[in-house]
Each structure stands twice: as structure tokens, then as C-alpha cells.
Design a protein around this ligand. Structure first.
Ligand code: UDP
Length: 329
């Protein structure tokens, strides 16, 4: 049996594909390569196509013995989602509907979903627990919450079991050095800070230093991308073992402010990094830190690369080896 990874050519998806291959799984990837990279798919069978294309979905399920899906294919930028919510509803929500209907047509009953801490919005408390209120502050988080709710009703009606993994800030790169983070345009903090360290940007813009946090900048929970990938594989195993649908946070339990991330990047790279303070970015909650007790207990998830220094160092190694990402290297 094979695992279908939608969005498997993307940043986190490609690390999940690598983790599945390392465990000897058969892997099928469906990616429209809008943001993904062909070179990021280290093995398995790649279909280039869109979830919203019924023929493609039927072809993928028809040609392969798929017993579980890991669903990454989505747009995931908070800022962009505030400017163009329609794009997020179309690709994320409608795309997921097409996938679930395809799974239902082909009798596939297990899905692991790449969700987000943005489903919570401004947390009532930190670390956030899975049962806490979900009130997204941005359209991206709202669409991911809608996707989770859709899976709940497909479970009730059709017995499609899901594990939704809500996580925070993925960073770092695979230890092989073959895959890493490469978005175009890049909007995420860690790669942008490293681009500034490498002299590819004149400075890093800090979006707001007047938040209600100790140094005024936003606090986030940074997780190594390979630890996230491992959690997706464990979630597939849980569903194959007959586990019921569930929602888990994946976080380190530790928050770092934007200024702290920059300081650690200065230490790791030994480079000067110039900072310019700019206005807040729309939709950003002040603090997002997760408790992952439940994932540790029920999935047996144990992050192996917890120190932010180590996470940033692995991202820096990838950046130095691939200064232009997958292109031109
Ligand atoms: N951020 C920033 N400058 C940048 C990119 C991001 O100050 O050039 C901040 C952003 O406002 C947020 C944090 O860094 O508070 C993490 O942002 P990112 O886009 O990496 O991830 P998100 O938390 O939105 O998923």
C-alpha cells in the first residue's frame, strides 16, 4: 500500500516524503508545482496536477493502491490571505473538498492533515491546548479550520478518519542537505533572516515592536521540519492501527521572539544582521506557543532537534549550500 502526499514537493511535504521513504513506504506525490519543486521529491511517484482537477484525482487513486493520504497542498501565507482570501478559499477549502470526495469515491479512509496554530487566533492562554477556543485572526487560519471541520463531517458520514496536526513555525532542513526551505517569494522569518546574514538582503524588517510581549516583538514556537515530518508518519501509523480521528498540536512549548530569533541567527552565522522596524503585519497574533503533551502521549512523538540554535544551524547549512534554493544549484 502507498501513502499519497499532496503538496509533497513543498517545504514540509518534501520532508514528510523523505521520512516515509526512510521507513520503506511506497510514496505517491500529487503537487501542482505552483510552489513546490520537482527536485525536492526524493523518491516515489510524482504526479504534477491539481487537487481541484477531478480527472487527476481519479487517475492518482485509480493507478495506485493508496491506503492513507497526508494532505499538505495549500496556500499558507498569513499576509497574502488577508489580501486575497478568495485564493485561500478556492485552493485550500475547495481543494480539500475535492480530495475528500476523491477519497470517498475510491474508498480511502485515512487522512493526516497539515493544520496550523493559526486556527486558534489570539490564544486565551499559552501554551495552547487542543481544546482551547478557535477564533482565527486571519483568512489562512480560517480556511484551515474550515478544512478540519469538513474532515469531521466526512468522518461522521463516510468513516474517513483524520488526524489534524496543528503546528507553528517550521524551520531547518533535512540532515542529508538535499532538501530545505525555498519559497518564492520568501516571507518566513528564519530564511529571511539568513538571507540578510548572507548579504542577499540589506536588512530584516521586524513587523511590529509594540506587541504585548517582553521585547515587543511577536513570539512563535519554532519546530524542526524533520520533527514535523516524523509526526505525520506517526499519525499515519495511528490511523492504520485503528486509531480514531484526533487533533494534535505540535510545538516545542518554548516561544522565541522575532528579536531573539535574529540574535540566535547572528550567533549561528557569525554575521552582522541589520534590523529595520516596520509596522505590524495584518493578522499576526502576539504569541503562539503550543503544548504538545497530547501528541507526545498518544502518538509517541518525540522531537529530536529541539534547540533553536540547532534548527537555525541546519537552515543555515542548507542556505549556504543552496544560496538560490533549488534553482541554479
Ligand atoms: N516576521 C518579521 N519579519 C519578516 C517575516 C516575519 O518580523 O520579514 C515576523 C512575523 O510578523 C511573525 C514572525 O516573524 O511575527 C513569524 O512569521 P512567519 O511569516 O515566519 O511565520 P507565521 O508565524 O506567520 O506562520
Amino acid at each position: 500500500m502507498a501513502v499519497l502526499v499532496t503538496g509533497g514537493a513543498g517545504y514540509i511535504g518534501s520532508h514528510a516524503v523523505a521520512a516515509l521513504l526512510e521507513r520503506g513506504e511506497d510514496v505517491v506525490v500529487l503537487d501542482n508545482l505552483e510552489q513546490g519543486h520537482r527536485e525536492a521529491v526524493l523518491g516515489g511517484k510524482l504526479y504534477v496536477g491539481d487537487l481541484r482537477d477531478r480527472d487527476v484525482v481519479d487517475q492518482v487513486f485509480g493507478e495506485n493502491e493508496i491506503d492513507a493520504v497526508i494532505h499538505f497542498a495549500a496556500n499558507s501565507l498569513v499576509g497574502e490571505s488577508m489580501k486575497d482570501p478568495g485564493k485561500y478559499y478556492h485552493n485550500n477549502v475547495y481543494g480539500t473538498l475535492c480530495l475528500l470526495e476523491g477519497m470517498n469515491r475510491h474508498g480511502v479512509k485515512r487522512i493526516v492533515f497539515s493544520s496550523t496554530a493559526a486556527t486558534y487566533g489570539e490564544p486565551e492562554r499559552v501554551p495552547i491546548d487542543e481544546l482551547d477556543r478557535t477564533l482565527p485572526t486571519n483568512a489562512y487560519g480560517e480556511t484551515k479550520l474550515a478544512m478540519e471541520k469538513m474532515m469531521k463531517w466526512f468522518d461522521i458520514a463516510h468513516g474517513i478518519k483524520y488526524v489534524s496536526l496543528r503546528y507553528f513555525n517550521a524551520a531547518g532542513a533535512h540532515e542529508s542537505g538535499r532538501i530545505g526551505e525555498d519559497h518564492n517569494p520568501e516571507t518566513h522569518l528564519v530564511p529571511i533572516v539568513l538571507q540578510a546574514a548572507a548579504g542577499k538582503r540589506p536588512h530584516i524588517s521586524v513587523f511590529g515592536d509594540d506587541y504585548d510581549t517582553p521585547d515587543g516583538t511577536c513570539i512563535r514556537d519554532y519546530i524542526h521540519v524533520s520533527d514535523l515530518a516524523d509526526a505525520h508518519v506517526l499519525a499515519v501509523e495511528r490511523l492504520r492501527g485503528g486509531g480514531d480521528s484526533a487533533v494534535y498540536n505540535l510545538g516545542s512549548g518554548n516561544g522565541f521572539s522575532v528579536k531573539q530569533v535574529i540574535e540566535i541567527a547572528r550567533n549561528v552565522t557569525g554575521r552582522d544582521i541589520k534590523v529595520v522596524t516596520e509596522p505590524r503585519r495584518a493578522g499576526d497574533p502576539a504569541v503562539l506557543v503550543a503544548s504538545s503533551e497530547r501528541a507526545r502521549r498518544e502518538l509517541g512523538w518525540q522531537p529530536k532537534r529541539e534547540r533553536l540554535e540547532d534548527i537555525i544551524r541546519s537552515a543555515w547549512q542548507w542556505h549556504q549550500a543552496h544560496p538560490n534554493g533549488y534553482n541554479g544549484n
